[in-house]
Design a protein around this ligand. Structure first.
Ligand SMILES: [Zn+2]
Ligand SMILES: [Zn+2]
Length: 300
């Protein structure tokens, strides 16, 4: 038996390794959806959610690979939201992607994100930065949801910065003069929309202050009223204090506590399986969902 299969056999007696937040080239990750599934196997992850920003285009390819590899795929989306100028990311697990409300909102967010990236690139180019919108689009995955990481990649390719992080720190951060706001749904409405599509809404990295301003507990309480089911507690952008606060909120508000890597391939240092979700929480998510089912290997 190959070593990794033997290892997985041992691990499966302990319980599956579950990572519920990853990105592919369908948004700002650097792996194809199939490559994310292969990377999951190498990282000993048994259950992986593909949660590209505002798109479901990677689901089919990921499903095919998950089936071949014998791992479980949880189809998901990371929905961009905004409230009072603060960006909120909402993970939607197992929604029906054809539900009209969800579908049209995702289309609108993607349109606004594209316009915003075009404007960002124009502002940078006007100040002499070596970027061009058609080059940014050409290097992103076909039909990918465009984001600032794609602009960072263009600046790295042009030799202006050594990596994405350096580009973000200098010109692409939220307080930069090159930062352009974009329309996104209100998180309370997004929670209702995901629930209406039979999905399970879980707020991603709620207190990741390094990424920009975060919302107060009152916004999370309003999201819970609307049907929010969980918080992503264990995430690398949360320190011990943020995790403790998130766990307290989960207990007080009756929310599921998840953990995940937010893997982006080579785009970020996040490693698959570095934070995980318990099998009990995954089971709760699956039983709450009515939009679609898990794919690939059967969930045991
Ligand atoms: Zn996010
Ligand atoms: Zn993410």
């Amino acid at each position: 038996m190959p070593i990794f299969l033997a290892y997985r056999a041992v691990m499966s007696s302990i319980g599956p390794v579950i990572d519920l937040h990853t990105h592919s080239r369908c948004s700002d990750g650097t792996d194809t959806p199939a490559e994310v599934m292969h990377a999951a196997v190498r990282a000993r992850v048994d259950v992986v959610a593909l949660t590209d920003h505002d798109v479901v285009t990677g689901w089919d390819e990921a499903e095919q690979a998950a089936t071949e590899l014998g791992i479980v795929l949880v189809p998901g989306i990371e929905v961009s939201c905004q409230v009072s100028g603060v960006s909120v990311h909402l993970l939607a697990y197992l929604p029906d992607p054809d539900e009209p409300g969800l579908r049209s909102t995702l289309e609108a967010v993607r349109r606004h994100r594209d316009t915003r990236i075009q404007r960002t690139v124009e502002l940078l180019a006007a100040d002499g930065y070596p970027v061009d919108y058609s080059d940014v689009v050409a290097h992103a995955g076909a039909g990918a949801t465009l984001g600032r990481p794609h602009v960072a990649d263009a600046l790295v390719r042009a030799g202006r910065y050594p990596d994405r992080d350096a580009a973000f720190t200098d010109v692409l951060h939220g307080r930069s003069r090159y930062y352009v706001q974009h329309w996104a749904p209100d998180p309370v409405e997004a929670v209702q929309m995901v629930a209406a599509a039979g999905g399970v809404p879980v707020m991603a990295h709620p207190f990741a202050a390094a990424r920009g301003r975060t919302v107060g507990d009152e916004v999370i309480e309003a999201m819970v009223e609307a049907g929010l089911r969980g918080l992503e507690v264990d995430h690398r952008d949360h320190g011990a204090a943020e995790r403790a606060h998130a766990r307290r909120l989960c207990r007080r508000l009756g929310l599921l506590a998840t953990g995940a890597s937010d893997y982006h391939g080579l785009g970020k240092p996040n490693r698959l399986g570095e934070n995980t979700t318990s099998p009990e929480v995954l089971q709760a998510i699956v039983s709450l969902a009515s939009g679609t089912s898990t794919r690939g290997a059967p969930l045991r």
